[in-house]
Design a protein around this ligand. Structure first.
Ligand SMILES: Cc1cc2nc3c(=O)[nH]c(=O)nc-3n(C[C@H](O)[C@H](O)[C@H](O)COP(=O)(O)O)c2cc1C
Length: 166
């Protein structure tokens, strides 16, 4: 057990880095009417009745203001072949949408095609929690495919190992 050299925050980061998750890209519309979004693995489902999900945004994220002001967001659960777009949306690149395929949905949310699943959500609550803001949304539109997910583990992304289901 490490207790001395690292701060508790470093230890927490190391533990959570070894906690495998799926990966999402969450998008919205900014005040200028342009698409905004980021890669996030803080996404979880919360409730089935009503259908609620949440994700957390770092206070330093450029897209935080857009999520606050739009009051709605689209969650893309990434498929295993979407590693390129995963890293693109985790960068500080101001024009993330320039070189990727996307379109506006009926609810005017930026949609990236080819994801495993899509949830368009109306924000119902935000909670300030330390250096993050938690966005809780009600799912108003949902789509699913049978693709395999992209996984995140120790700063790398990859597919489910071939022998996983044996
Ligand atoms: C796998 C992965 C998961 C991430 N999860 C989150 C997250 O849940 N919340 C968050 O604020 N940032 C998360 N990030 C970092 C953001 O994607 C990154 O800070 C991005 O540059 C923010 O973009 P923005 O400044 O344009 O909003 C994650 C990055 C990666 C690679």
């Amino acid at each position: 057990m490490q207790t001395d050299v690292n701060s508790n925050a470093d230890i927490l980061k190391a533990i959570m880095g070894s906690y495998p998750t799926g990966v999402t890209i969450i998008t919205t519309e900014d005040v200028e009417g342009k698409p905004a979004g980021l890669t996030a693995n803080s996404f979880v489902s919360v409730s089935l009745e009503p259908l609620l999900v949440l994700f957390c945004v770092d206070a330093r994220a450029g897209s935080l203001k857009a999520f606050r002001q739009a009051g709605r967001f689209a969650v893309h659960i990434l498929a295993e072949d979407q590693n390129e777009v995963c890293w693109r949306f985790s960068s500080r690149e101001p024009n993330k949408f320039d070189d990727v395929e996307w379109s506006w949905s009926e609810r005017r949310l930026p949609i990236l095609p080819q994801s495993l699943g899509l949830m368009e959500c109306q924000t119902v609550q935000t909670v300030e929690a330390g250096d993050h803001t938690i966005f809780i949304g009600e799912v108003v539109h949902i789509e699913k495919t049978d693709k395999n997910p992209l996984l995140y583990f120790r700063r790398k992304v990859g597919s489910i190992p071939p022998n996983w289901f044996e």
